[in-house]
Design a protein around this ligand. Structure first.
Ligand code: ATP
Ligand code: MG
Length: 450
Protein backbone atom coordinates (compact mmCIF):
# COMPACT_ATOMS: atom_id res chain seq x y z
CA UNK A 1 0.00 0.00 0.00
CA UNK A 2 1.48 3.34 -1.02
CA UNK A 3 0.28 5.16 2.11
CA UNK A 4 1.91 2.71 4.45
CA UNK A 5 5.22 3.03 2.68
CA UNK A 6 4.85 6.77 2.61
CA UNK A 7 4.10 6.94 6.29
CA UNK A 8 6.98 4.81 7.44
CA UNK A 9 9.28 6.80 5.22
CA UNK A 10 7.66 10.07 6.10
CA UNK A 11 9.18 10.97 9.43
CA UNK A 12 12.64 9.76 8.42
CA UNK A 13 12.73 11.35 4.97
CA UNK A 14 12.25 14.99 4.26
CA UNK A 15 9.40 14.85 1.81
CA UNK A 16 6.07 14.31 3.50
CA UNK A 17 6.49 15.97 6.84
CA UNK A 18 8.24 18.74 4.95
CA UNK A 19 5.16 19.03 2.79
CA UNK A 20 2.88 19.12 5.78
CA UNK A 21 5.20 21.40 7.60
CA UNK A 22 5.85 23.87 4.85
CA UNK A 23 2.20 24.77 4.80
CA UNK A 24 2.51 26.75 7.97
CA UNK A 25 4.22 29.63 6.25
CA UNK A 26 0.96 30.99 4.84
CA UNK A 27 0.10 32.46 8.16
CA UNK A 28 3.10 34.74 7.97
CA UNK A 29 0.99 37.17 6.03
CA UNK A 30 -2.29 35.99 7.45
CA UNK A 31 -3.80 35.31 10.81
CA UNK A 32 -2.24 36.18 14.10
CA UNK A 33 -3.10 33.86 16.93
CA UNK A 34 -3.71 35.97 19.98
CA UNK A 35 -5.40 33.64 22.43
CA UNK A 36 -5.34 29.92 22.80
CA UNK A 37 -9.04 29.38 22.87
CA UNK A 38 -10.61 31.51 20.16
CA UNK A 39 -10.46 30.48 16.55
CA UNK A 40 -8.53 33.32 14.98
CA UNK A 41 -8.00 31.63 11.66
CA UNK A 42 -8.54 34.21 8.98
CA UNK A 43 -7.54 32.56 5.73
CA UNK A 44 -10.45 30.82 4.06
CA UNK A 45 -10.42 28.61 0.99
CA UNK A 46 -9.11 29.32 -2.49
CA UNK A 47 -10.26 27.89 -5.81
CA UNK A 48 -8.32 25.01 -7.36
CA UNK A 49 -8.29 24.53 -11.11
CA UNK A 50 -6.73 21.53 -12.81
CA UNK A 51 -6.26 21.80 -16.55
CA UNK A 52 -5.25 18.75 -18.59
CA UNK A 53 -3.24 17.63 -15.57
CA UNK A 54 -1.21 14.56 -16.50
CA UNK A 55 1.33 12.28 -14.84
CA UNK A 56 3.38 9.72 -16.68
CA UNK A 57 5.72 7.82 -14.36
CA UNK A 58 9.09 6.97 -15.93
CA UNK A 59 9.02 3.51 -17.44
CA UNK A 60 5.20 3.25 -17.46
CA UNK A 61 3.46 2.87 -20.80
CA UNK A 62 0.16 4.48 -19.69
CA UNK A 63 -0.34 7.75 -17.91
CA UNK A 64 -1.22 7.23 -14.22
CA UNK A 65 -3.24 10.43 -14.45
CA UNK A 66 -4.46 11.30 -17.90
CA UNK A 67 -5.52 14.85 -18.66
CA UNK A 68 -7.74 15.69 -15.69
CA UNK A 69 -9.85 18.83 -15.89
CA UNK A 70 -11.56 20.00 -12.74
CA UNK A 71 -12.65 23.17 -11.00
CA UNK A 72 -12.99 23.17 -7.24
CA UNK A 73 -14.70 26.14 -5.65
CA UNK A 74 -13.30 28.14 -2.77
CA UNK A 75 -14.45 26.71 0.54
CA UNK A 76 -15.65 23.48 -1.01
CA UNK A 77 -14.90 19.98 0.32
CA UNK A 78 -14.38 17.70 -2.66
CA UNK A 79 -13.87 13.96 -2.21
CA UNK A 80 -11.98 11.79 -4.72
CA UNK A 81 -13.28 8.26 -4.58
CA UNK A 82 -12.32 5.37 -6.84
CA UNK A 83 -10.69 1.94 -6.98
CA UNK A 84 -7.15 1.28 -5.83
CA UNK A 85 -4.53 2.40 -8.31
CA UNK A 86 -6.85 4.70 -10.29
CA UNK A 87 -4.62 7.70 -9.59
CA UNK A 88 -6.26 9.45 -6.63
CA UNK A 89 -3.05 9.99 -4.64
CA UNK A 90 -1.06 10.96 -7.71
CA UNK A 91 -3.66 13.59 -8.64
CA UNK A 92 -3.76 14.91 -5.07
CA UNK A 93 0.02 15.12 -4.69
CA UNK A 94 0.36 17.02 -7.95
CA UNK A 95 -1.75 19.80 -6.40
CA UNK A 96 1.08 20.61 -3.96
CA UNK A 97 3.73 19.20 -6.31
CA UNK A 98 4.92 16.46 -4.01
CA UNK A 99 4.68 14.77 -7.40
CA UNK A 100 5.69 16.87 -10.42
CA UNK A 101 3.13 16.85 -13.26
CA UNK A 102 4.26 15.68 -16.69
CA UNK A 103 1.78 18.02 -18.33
CA UNK A 104 -1.08 20.43 -17.75
CA UNK A 105 -1.57 23.36 -15.38
CA UNK A 106 -2.60 23.88 -11.74
CA UNK A 107 -4.09 27.15 -10.55
CA UNK A 108 -4.78 27.98 -6.90
CA UNK A 109 -6.79 31.08 -6.13
CA UNK A 110 -6.45 32.00 -9.81
CA UNK A 111 -2.65 31.95 -9.64
CA UNK A 112 -0.77 29.53 -11.89
CA UNK A 113 1.38 27.52 -9.50
CA UNK A 114 2.57 24.88 -11.96
CA UNK A 115 6.07 26.35 -12.06
CA UNK A 116 6.11 28.03 -8.65
CA UNK A 117 8.83 27.13 -6.16
CA UNK A 118 7.36 24.01 -4.50
CA UNK A 119 8.41 25.14 -1.03
CA UNK A 120 6.47 28.39 -1.47
CA UNK A 121 3.54 26.48 -2.93
CA UNK A 122 3.30 24.17 0.06
CA UNK A 123 2.75 27.17 2.30
CA UNK A 124 -0.60 27.56 0.58
CA UNK A 125 -1.43 23.90 0.91
CA UNK A 126 -1.79 21.83 4.08
CA UNK A 127 -1.31 18.08 3.77
CA UNK A 128 -2.48 15.26 6.03
CA UNK A 129 -2.00 11.56 5.36
CA UNK A 130 -3.00 8.19 6.72
CA UNK A 131 -1.28 7.39 10.04
CA UNK A 132 -0.56 11.09 10.49
CA UNK A 133 3.14 10.95 9.44
CA UNK A 134 4.23 12.71 12.64
CA UNK A 135 7.91 12.92 13.57
CA UNK A 136 8.31 10.29 16.32
CA UNK A 137 11.20 12.05 18.07
CA UNK A 138 9.32 15.34 18.41
CA UNK A 139 6.60 16.17 20.90
CA UNK A 140 3.09 16.99 19.76
CA UNK A 141 3.81 20.71 20.24
CA UNK A 142 7.08 20.49 18.27
CA UNK A 143 5.35 18.65 15.45
CA UNK A 144 2.64 21.28 15.17
CA UNK A 145 5.14 24.13 15.56
CA UNK A 146 7.49 22.83 12.90
CA UNK A 147 6.81 25.30 10.16
CA UNK A 148 5.70 28.30 12.14
CA UNK A 149 9.18 27.96 13.65
CA UNK A 150 10.89 27.62 10.27
CA UNK A 151 8.99 30.66 9.10
CA UNK A 152 10.36 32.66 11.98
CA UNK A 153 7.29 33.19 14.12
CA UNK A 154 7.92 34.50 17.64
CA UNK A 155 7.94 31.97 20.47
CA UNK A 156 4.81 33.47 22.04
CA UNK A 157 2.92 33.36 18.77
CA UNK A 158 3.94 29.75 18.14
CA UNK A 159 2.90 28.71 21.63
CA UNK A 160 -0.50 30.37 21.25
CA UNK A 161 -0.99 28.80 17.83
CA UNK A 162 -0.09 25.28 19.05
CA UNK A 163 -2.61 25.59 21.87
CA UNK A 164 -5.24 26.99 19.56
CA UNK A 165 -4.74 24.14 17.08
CA UNK A 166 -4.93 21.45 19.77
CA UNK A 167 -8.08 23.00 21.10
CA UNK A 168 -9.49 23.13 17.59
CA UNK A 169 -9.01 19.39 17.05
CA UNK A 170 -10.45 18.53 20.46
CA UNK A 171 -7.27 17.72 22.41
CA UNK A 172 -6.54 19.35 25.76
CA UNK A 173 -3.32 21.35 25.20
CA UNK A 174 -2.14 20.92 28.79
CA UNK A 175 -2.45 17.18 28.58
CA UNK A 176 -1.18 16.52 25.09
CA UNK A 177 1.38 19.06 23.94
CA UNK A 178 4.32 17.46 25.76
CA UNK A 179 3.61 13.91 24.62
CA UNK A 180 5.40 12.00 21.90
CA UNK A 181 3.40 10.47 19.02
CA UNK A 182 3.90 6.92 20.38
CA UNK A 183 2.08 8.02 23.54
CA UNK A 184 -1.09 8.78 21.55
CA UNK A 185 -3.85 6.57 20.21
CA UNK A 186 -4.25 6.29 16.43
CA UNK A 187 -7.16 8.71 16.45
CA UNK A 188 -5.26 11.24 18.55
CA UNK A 189 -2.25 11.03 16.23
CA UNK A 190 -4.59 11.67 13.33
CA UNK A 191 -5.97 14.77 15.08
CA UNK A 192 -2.44 16.08 15.63
CA UNK A 193 -1.72 15.42 11.94
CA UNK A 194 -4.68 17.62 11.03
CA UNK A 195 -3.58 20.27 13.56
CA UNK A 196 -0.12 20.33 11.99
CA UNK A 197 -1.53 20.63 8.48
CA UNK A 198 -3.65 23.60 9.60
CA UNK A 199 -1.01 25.28 11.77
CA UNK A 200 0.00 27.86 9.19
CA UNK A 201 -3.54 28.57 8.14
CA UNK A 202 -3.27 27.46 4.50
CA UNK A 203 -6.29 28.14 2.26
CA UNK A 204 -6.09 24.62 0.82
CA UNK A 205 -5.97 21.32 2.70
CA UNK A 206 -5.19 18.01 1.00
CA UNK A 207 -6.08 14.81 2.86
CA UNK A 208 -5.08 11.37 1.57
CA UNK A 209 -7.15 8.69 3.34
CA UNK A 210 -6.42 10.46 6.64
CA UNK A 211 -8.83 8.24 8.59
CA UNK A 212 -7.98 4.99 6.83
CA UNK A 213 -5.96 3.46 9.66
CA UNK A 214 -8.31 3.98 12.62
CA UNK A 215 -11.19 1.83 13.89
CA UNK A 216 -14.71 2.57 12.60
CA UNK A 217 -15.95 4.35 15.72
CA UNK A 218 -12.93 6.65 15.92
CA UNK A 219 -13.25 7.24 12.19
CA UNK A 220 -16.85 8.35 12.68
CA UNK A 221 -15.79 10.80 15.36
CA UNK A 222 -12.91 12.16 13.29
CA UNK A 223 -15.29 12.62 10.35
CA UNK A 224 -17.73 14.52 12.56
CA UNK A 225 -14.88 16.69 13.77
CA UNK A 226 -13.72 17.44 10.26
CA UNK A 227 -17.26 18.55 9.40
CA UNK A 228 -17.34 20.80 12.45
CA UNK A 229 -13.90 22.21 11.64
CA UNK A 230 -14.92 22.92 8.09
CA UNK A 231 -17.98 24.82 9.34
CA UNK A 232 -15.62 27.05 11.27
CA UNK A 233 -12.77 27.35 8.80
CA UNK A 234 -14.20 27.17 5.24
CA UNK A 235 -10.99 25.82 3.73
CA UNK A 236 -10.88 24.29 0.29
CA UNK A 237 -10.39 20.61 1.06
CA UNK A 238 -9.59 17.75 -1.30
CA UNK A 239 -10.11 14.46 0.49
CA UNK A 240 -9.20 11.02 -0.90
CA UNK A 241 -10.96 7.84 0.20
CA UNK A 242 -11.85 4.32 -0.94
CA UNK A 243 -15.02 4.46 1.10
CA UNK A 244 -18.11 5.76 -0.67
CA UNK A 245 -20.01 6.18 2.61
CA UNK A 246 -17.25 8.43 3.86
CA UNK A 247 -17.44 10.37 0.59
CA UNK A 248 -21.20 10.90 0.98
CA UNK A 249 -20.84 12.00 4.55
CA UNK A 250 -18.06 14.52 3.97
CA UNK A 251 -18.28 15.77 0.42
CA UNK A 252 -19.97 18.92 -0.86
CA UNK A 253 -19.18 17.26 -4.18
CA UNK A 254 -17.75 13.86 -5.02
CA UNK A 255 -15.50 13.03 -7.96
CA UNK A 256 -15.90 9.34 -8.78
CA UNK A 257 -12.67 8.43 -10.58
CA UNK A 258 -11.88 5.44 -12.77
CA UNK A 259 -8.50 4.31 -14.15
CA UNK A 260 -6.05 7.06 -15.11
CA UNK A 261 -8.06 9.45 -12.91
CA UNK A 262 -10.73 9.80 -15.60
CA UNK A 263 -13.75 11.47 -14.02
CA UNK A 264 -16.77 9.15 -14.18
CA UNK A 265 -19.02 11.66 -12.39
CA UNK A 266 -18.41 14.90 -10.49
CA UNK A 267 -21.49 16.04 -8.65
CA UNK A 268 -23.21 16.43 -5.29
CA UNK A 269 -23.80 13.29 -3.19
CA UNK A 270 -27.56 13.74 -3.71
CA UNK A 271 -27.20 13.77 -7.49
CA UNK A 272 -24.84 10.78 -7.56
CA UNK A 273 -27.13 8.73 -5.31
CA UNK A 274 -30.22 9.65 -7.29
CA UNK A 275 -28.79 9.56 -10.82
CA UNK A 276 -25.52 7.65 -11.09
CA UNK A 277 -23.99 8.47 -14.49
CA UNK A 278 -23.29 4.87 -15.50
CA UNK A 279 -22.78 1.31 -14.30
CA UNK A 280 -19.31 2.06 -12.98
CA UNK A 281 -20.70 4.76 -10.67
CA UNK A 282 -23.68 2.58 -9.67
CA UNK A 283 -21.22 -0.13 -8.76
CA UNK A 284 -19.38 2.28 -6.54
CA UNK A 285 -22.51 3.60 -4.90
CA UNK A 286 -23.33 0.00 -4.05
CA UNK A 287 -26.52 -1.38 -2.60
CA UNK A 288 -28.93 0.54 -0.42
CA UNK A 289 -28.69 3.91 -2.16
CA UNK A 290 -31.94 4.98 -0.51
CA UNK A 291 -30.65 4.28 2.98
CA UNK A 292 -27.38 5.97 2.16
CA UNK A 293 -29.35 9.18 1.87
CA UNK A 294 -29.43 9.04 5.65
CA UNK A 295 -25.79 10.07 5.44
CA UNK A 296 -26.87 13.34 3.88
CA UNK A 297 -28.86 14.62 6.83
CA UNK A 298 -27.42 15.49 10.17
CA UNK A 299 -28.64 15.45 13.70
CA UNK A 300 -28.82 19.24 13.70
CA UNK A 301 -31.41 19.04 10.88
CA UNK A 302 -33.92 17.14 13.01
CA UNK A 303 -35.72 17.92 16.21
CA UNK A 304 -33.51 17.57 19.27
CA UNK A 305 -35.63 17.21 22.38
CA UNK A 306 -34.75 17.03 26.03
CA UNK A 307 -35.18 14.41 28.70
CA UNK A 308 -35.15 14.61 32.49
CA UNK A 309 -31.58 14.59 33.80
CA UNK A 310 -29.85 14.33 37.16
CA UNK A 311 -26.16 14.38 37.98
CA UNK A 312 -24.06 12.08 40.12
CA UNK A 313 -23.65 14.94 42.60
CA UNK A 314 -27.39 15.34 43.19
CA UNK A 315 -28.68 14.04 46.53
CA UNK A 316 -30.25 10.56 46.24
CA UNK A 317 -33.55 11.90 47.55
CA UNK A 318 -33.77 14.32 44.66
CA UNK A 319 -32.97 11.57 42.15
CA UNK A 320 -35.70 9.36 43.62
CA UNK A 321 -38.09 12.30 43.39
CA UNK A 322 -37.27 12.99 39.72
CA UNK A 323 -37.68 9.30 38.85
CA UNK A 324 -41.11 9.26 40.46
CA UNK A 325 -42.36 12.56 39.07
CA UNK A 326 -41.03 12.38 35.49
CA UNK A 327 -43.56 11.28 32.92
CA UNK A 328 -40.96 9.22 31.06
CA UNK A 329 -39.76 5.74 31.86
CA UNK A 330 -36.23 6.74 32.49
CA UNK A 331 -34.00 9.67 33.27
CA UNK A 332 -30.47 10.38 32.20
CA UNK A 333 -27.73 10.43 34.80
CA UNK A 334 -24.87 12.82 33.97
CA UNK A 335 -21.34 12.53 35.32
CA UNK A 336 -19.48 15.29 37.18
CA UNK A 337 -18.62 17.03 33.90
CA UNK A 338 -22.21 16.95 32.64
CA UNK A 339 -21.62 14.07 30.22
CA UNK A 340 -24.24 11.34 29.66
CA UNK A 341 -23.38 8.42 31.92
CA UNK A 342 -26.31 6.10 32.59
CA UNK A 343 -30.00 5.58 31.95
CA UNK A 344 -31.92 5.16 35.21
CA UNK A 345 -35.32 3.47 35.29
CA UNK A 346 -37.80 3.37 38.11
CA UNK A 347 -36.83 0.59 40.45
CA UNK A 348 -33.18 0.61 39.36
CA UNK A 349 -32.09 2.49 42.44
CA UNK A 350 -34.11 0.27 44.78
CA UNK A 351 -32.62 -2.85 43.24
CA UNK A 352 -29.12 -1.40 43.57
CA UNK A 353 -29.87 -0.52 47.20
CA UNK A 354 -29.42 3.17 46.56
CA UNK A 355 -25.97 2.82 44.97
CA UNK A 356 -25.64 5.03 41.88
CA UNK A 357 -22.51 3.12 40.91
CA UNK A 358 -24.47 -0.12 40.53
CA UNK A 359 -27.80 1.26 39.30
CA UNK A 360 -28.98 1.69 35.72
CA UNK A 361 -27.49 0.93 32.29
CA UNK A 362 -24.45 2.63 30.84
CA UNK A 363 -25.06 4.97 27.92
CA UNK A 364 -23.67 3.01 24.95
CA UNK A 365 -23.22 5.75 22.46
CA UNK A 366 -23.70 9.47 21.95
CA UNK A 367 -23.78 11.64 18.84
CA UNK A 368 -22.87 15.25 18.14
CA UNK A 369 -25.02 17.69 16.18
CA UNK A 370 -22.78 17.03 13.18
CA UNK A 371 -23.31 13.27 13.19
CA UNK A 372 -25.34 11.85 10.31
CA UNK A 373 -28.82 10.47 10.80
CA UNK A 374 -27.38 7.12 9.86
CA UNK A 375 -24.98 7.27 12.83
CA UNK A 376 -27.83 8.39 15.06
CA UNK A 377 -30.06 5.57 13.87
CA UNK A 378 -27.31 3.06 14.50
CA UNK A 379 -26.78 4.44 17.98
CA UNK A 380 -30.48 4.28 18.77
CA UNK A 381 -30.75 0.73 17.47
CA UNK A 382 -27.91 -0.49 19.68
CA UNK A 383 -29.21 1.25 22.78
CA UNK A 384 -32.38 -0.13 24.33
CA UNK A 385 -33.52 3.25 25.60
CA UNK A 386 -34.89 4.10 22.13
CA UNK A 387 -33.00 7.36 21.92
CA UNK A 388 -29.50 8.72 21.83
CA UNK A 389 -28.04 11.61 23.80
CA UNK A 390 -26.67 14.51 21.76
CA UNK A 391 -23.47 16.01 23.12
CA UNK A 392 -21.56 19.24 22.65
CA UNK A 393 -17.92 19.79 21.90
CA UNK A 394 -16.61 18.54 25.21
CA UNK A 395 -18.97 15.61 25.45
CA UNK A 396 -21.52 17.47 27.58
CA UNK A 397 -25.22 16.61 27.34
CA UNK A 398 -27.27 18.95 25.14
CA UNK A 399 -30.41 16.92 24.36
CA UNK A 400 -31.69 13.67 22.87
CA UNK A 401 -32.91 12.41 19.51
CA UNK A 402 -35.50 9.68 19.68
CA UNK A 403 -36.48 6.78 17.45
CA UNK A 404 -39.74 8.36 16.31
CA UNK A 405 -38.04 11.51 15.04
CA UNK A 406 -35.51 9.38 13.18
CA UNK A 407 -38.11 7.10 11.62
CA UNK A 408 -40.09 10.12 10.39
CA UNK A 409 -36.96 11.48 8.74
CA UNK A 410 -36.21 8.11 7.17
CA UNK A 411 -39.71 8.02 5.68
CA UNK A 412 -39.38 11.55 4.37
CA UNK A 413 -36.01 10.83 2.81
CA UNK A 414 -37.16 7.61 1.19
CA UNK A 415 -40.25 9.36 -0.13
CA UNK A 416 -38.18 12.23 -1.54
CA UNK A 417 -35.86 9.72 -3.20
CA UNK A 418 -38.79 7.86 -4.70
CA UNK A 419 -40.33 11.07 -6.07
CA UNK A 420 -37.05 12.16 -7.61
CA UNK A 421 -36.55 8.77 -9.23
CA UNK A 422 -40.15 8.88 -10.58
CA UNK A 423 -39.63 12.37 -11.98
CA UNK A 424 -36.43 11.28 -13.65
CA UNK A 425 -38.20 8.23 -15.11
CA UNK A 426 -41.06 10.43 -16.31
CA UNK A 427 -38.64 12.80 -18.05
CA UNK A 428 -36.94 9.90 -19.77
CA UNK A 429 -40.26 8.46 -20.94
CA UNK A 430 -41.42 11.83 -22.23
CA UNK A 431 -38.21 12.32 -24.16
CA UNK A 432 -38.62 8.84 -25.65
CA UNK A 433 -42.26 9.47 -26.55
CA UNK A 434 -41.33 12.69 -28.36
CA UNK A 435 -38.64 10.88 -30.26
CA UNK A 436 -41.05 8.15 -31.38
CA UNK A 437 -43.62 10.72 -32.43
CA UNK A 438 -41.09 12.60 -34.54
CA UNK A 439 -39.94 9.40 -36.13
CA UNK A 440 -43.51 8.36 -36.96
CA UNK A 441 -44.34 11.75 -38.42
CA UNK A 442 -41.11 11.82 -40.33
CA UNK A 443 -40.10 15.03 -38.60
CA UNK A 444 -36.49 15.17 -37.62
CA UNK A 445 -35.44 16.25 -34.14
CA UNK A 446 -33.89 19.49 -35.37
CA UNK A 447 -37.24 20.95 -36.47
CA UNK A 448 -39.12 19.70 -33.49
CA UNK A 449 -41.79 22.04 -32.21
CA UNK A 450 -42.55 22.07 -28.51
N1 ATP B 1 6.30 6.30 -7.96
C1 ATP B 1 5.64 5.59 -8.87
N2 ATP B 1 6.27 5.05 -9.95
C2 ATP B 1 5.59 4.37 -10.89
N3 ATP B 1 4.27 4.15 -10.86
C3 ATP B 1 3.59 4.67 -9.81
C4 ATP B 1 4.23 5.40 -8.77
N4 ATP B 1 3.29 5.77 -7.88
C5 ATP B 1 2.13 5.28 -8.33
N5 ATP B 1 2.28 4.63 -9.49
C6 ATP B 1 1.23 4.00 -10.30
O1 ATP B 1 0.29 4.99 -10.68
C7 ATP B 1 -1.03 4.52 -10.59
C8 ATP B 1 -1.83 5.39 -9.67
O2 ATP B 1 -1.33 5.30 -8.34
P1 ATP B 1 -1.95 6.10 -7.13
O3 ATP B 1 -1.09 5.88 -5.96
O4 ATP B 1 -2.18 7.49 -7.56
O5 ATP B 1 -3.36 5.34 -6.97
P2 ATP B 1 -4.49 5.51 -5.86
O6 ATP B 1 -5.76 5.74 -6.60
O7 ATP B 1 -4.08 6.52 -4.85
O8 ATP B 1 -4.53 4.05 -5.22
P3 ATP B 1 -4.83 3.58 -3.70
O9 ATP B 1 -6.30 3.71 -3.56
O10 ATP B 1 -4.38 2.15 -3.70
O11 ATP B 1 -4.06 4.46 -2.80
C9 ATP B 1 -0.92 3.08 -10.10
O12 ATP B 1 -1.03 2.23 -11.22
C10 ATP B 1 0.45 3.01 -9.49
O13 ATP B 1 1.00 1.71 -9.63
MG1 MG C 1 -3.61 6.42 -2.81
Amino acid sequence: MPETAETTEGPAGAEDPGGAADTAGAAAGGATATTATTATTATTGATIELENLTKRYPGSRDAAVDSVNMEIKAGELVVFVGPSGCGKSTTLKMINRLIEPSGGRIRIGGEDVTDMDPVKLRRKVGYAIQSSGLFPHMTVAQNIALVPRMTGWSKARIKARVEEMLDLVGLDPGEFQGRYPRQLSGGQQQRVGVARALAADPPVLLMDEPFGAVDPITRDHLQDELIRLQHELHKTIVFVTHDFDEAIKLGDRIAVLREHSHIAQFDTPEAILTNPADDFVSGFVGAGAALKRLNLSRVRDVEITGCPTVTVDDPLQEIFGKLRSSGTNEILLLDKRGRPYKWLRRGDLMRAKGSLARAGTLVHDTVTRDATLRDALEAVLTDNSGRVPVTGRRGEYTGVVDMETLMNSVHELLEAGRLEAMEHQHELEEARAHQTQFEQEGVDGGEAKA
